[in-house]
Each structure stands twice: as C-alpha cells, then as structure tokens.
Design a protein around this ligand. Structure first.
Ligand code: NAD
Length: 272
C-alpha cells in the first residue's frame, strides 16, 4: 500500500508511490491537490524550485495536520542556480517557501555541464549539516554518474529520471542498482501518451486495472519509485491502488519490450 517504502543506501525510507506536482499552479490548485493526496494516504510529494509551487506544497502539508516527519518531501535545485554558494543560498529559499526546517530529499535537477560537481559538493554539505535527510540527482546518465563519482564523497541516494515502458532505461537501472542508487521514475505515465497500447490494454483487461495502474505497477516491480501527477481525486486514488495485483515475469518482459528509447521530455545531454 501507500505506506510501503524503499530503503535508500543511508537507511532512510521513501514511499514507493508519491505525488508529482509539476505544472500545478502555486495557488489553490496545488494546495487542493496535495491535500487530497494526503487524505488518500500519499506520504511523498515531489516538487522543485523550478515548479514555483513550494509555498503551496508547504501550506497544504501544514493544513493537513499530518506531522511533518510522516511526509517525505523532495525538492530540487534548478539549472540557473547551480554552483556551490548559490545552491546553499537557494536551498534556504526553498526551505523558507516550504515553511520547513529540513527536506527529505534534495536533488540536482539536471546535470548542467561544468556545474553539477560543484553543486553536488553543496548538497553533501547540506547533508552533513542534517538539513536534508538524503541527497540525489535527476536526469543523470551513466557517464554523468561516473564523472560525479570521481569527486563525490557521498554517492547519490536517488537518481530521478524519465522512465516508462517506451523508455525502459535498462542499462541505467542496472548501473544504479549496482551502486545502490534508487531509481525514481518521472513522467511514469508518459503523460498519458500511449494508454491505448495493445499490451497495456490486454493487461488492463486481465487484471481489471487501468493502463495507468499497469504502468505504475511495472515501476514498482522493477524496484523503481514512482511519482505520477494528478490534480483529480479519483485519478490520485487510482494511481495509488496498485498494491493488490502482481504482473508475471512474462508480462514484465512484454512491457519491457515496448521500449523504443522514446522520451516525452528532453534528453539530458541536450538540455541545461
Ligand atoms: P505523468 O506521466 O505523471 O503524467 C501526468 C498526466 O497524466 C496528468 O497530467 C494527467 O493528464 C494524466 N494522468 C494522471 N493520472 C492519470 C490516470 N490515472 N488516468 C489517466 N490519465 C492520468 O507526467 P509528469 O507530471 O510529467 O511526471 C510526474 C512528476 O514527475 C511531475 O509532476 C514531477 O514531479 C516529476 N518530473 C520531474 C522531472 C525532472 O526533470 N526531474 C521532469 C518531469 C516531471
């Protein structure tokens, strides 16, 4: 269920399913969405400096009355604010906006060339200061991780990347597993772009589950944390209701086979 958690390499636990809030407006939209998710039982929220809705996320958490320590909050440092000093400063702004004195997971949003190693040093510092319970990266390919390892004192606990059956990043997943880096899927539903796929439709029929639920179940069975986005209560419920069925090995392979290395978002080597 929504309480089941993955364990990061430093022992911190993170829910398998969380709510993504990209593109939600920093007004009643994000406040209502986060509140309804928390009511349903979500205990993990994924925001970012770039989403410009950290205030609303913080407000919703406060108003929910749920103790802060029961909720896993992720935010990220944006590309224009990378570098050692600016990251430390920007982190404080995020805390202020969230109205919190720590975050659970702080991520380097994209591997900005020439900047991300310095940025990582700032995240290590924040971790040592106990201002963050875990640190990680996002949109890092194998070559970025190998490069980061040259200087890092702490290995990232998480790598959040675009991941869904048409973009089954198998080599990256294996690499992360070898290094105890938990993979986290963004756009796990590929923003709804291929729910009509025949393999998804067939499994949907078989289990009485929606294509969205099949895609999210596929993540969890791969040991990948997932953060589908929805502002609608019914869809939030649906996206969380993936713990009462299990795909067979053969079905997992059929879904893996949908891979076309096809992205809905930018390629990490072409975006910064
Ligand atoms: P997603 O794959 O989660 O798709 C969300 C969209 O799918 C919704 O807007 C809605 O239209 C539809 N949807 C959701 N639930 C549905 C359901 N049950 N049935 C039918 N349609 C449904 O896409 P996303 O928002 O891009 O990704 C999820 C989260 O990942 C984001 O909100 C954000 O937190 C994170 N993210 C991170 C990065 C990064 O660079 N680190 C990039 C993009 C997104």
């Amino acid at each position: 269920n929504l309480e089941s958690k993955a364990t990061l390499h430093n022992g911190v636990k993170m829910p398998w399913v969380g709510l993504g809030v990209y593109k939600m407006k920093n007004d009643q939209e994000v406040v209502n969405a986060v509140k309804s998710a928390l009511e349903i039982g979500y205990r993990s929220i994924d925001t970012a400096q770039f989403y410009d809705n950290e205030e609303g996320v913080g407000q919703a958490i406060k108003e929910s009355g749920i103790p802060r320590e029961e909720i896993f909050v992720t935010t990220k440092i944006w590309n224009t604010h990378q570098g050692y000093d600016l990251t430390l400063k920007t982190f404080e702004k995020s805390l202020e906006k969230l109205g919190m004195d720590y975050v659970d997971l702080y991520l380097v949003h994209w591997p900005v060339p020439g900047k991300y190693k310095e940025t990582w040093k700032a995240l290590e510092h924040l971790y040592e200061q106990k201002k963050v319970r875990a640190i990680g990266v996002s949109n890092f390919l194998i070559h970025h991780l190998e490069d980061l390892f040259q200087e890092a004192e702490i290995k990232p606990m998480v790598n959040q990347v675009e991941f869904h059956p048409q973009l089954f990043q198998k080599d990256l997943l294996n690499f992360c597993n070898e290094h105890q880096i938990l993979l986290e899927a963004w756009s796990p539903l590929a923003r709804g772009k291929y729910f009509g796929d025949p393999v998804l439709q067939e499994l949907s029929q078989k289990y009485g589950k929606t294509p969205a639920q099949i895609m999210l179940r596929w993540d969890v069975q791969h040991g990948v944390v997932t953060i589908p986005k929805s502002t609608h209560v019914q869809r939030q419920k649906e996206n969380a209701d993936i713990f009462d069925f299990e795909l067979t090995e053969e079905e997992m392979k059929a879904l893996d086979g949908l891979n076309q290395d096809k992205r809905v978002g930018p390629h990490p080597d072409e975006f910064n």
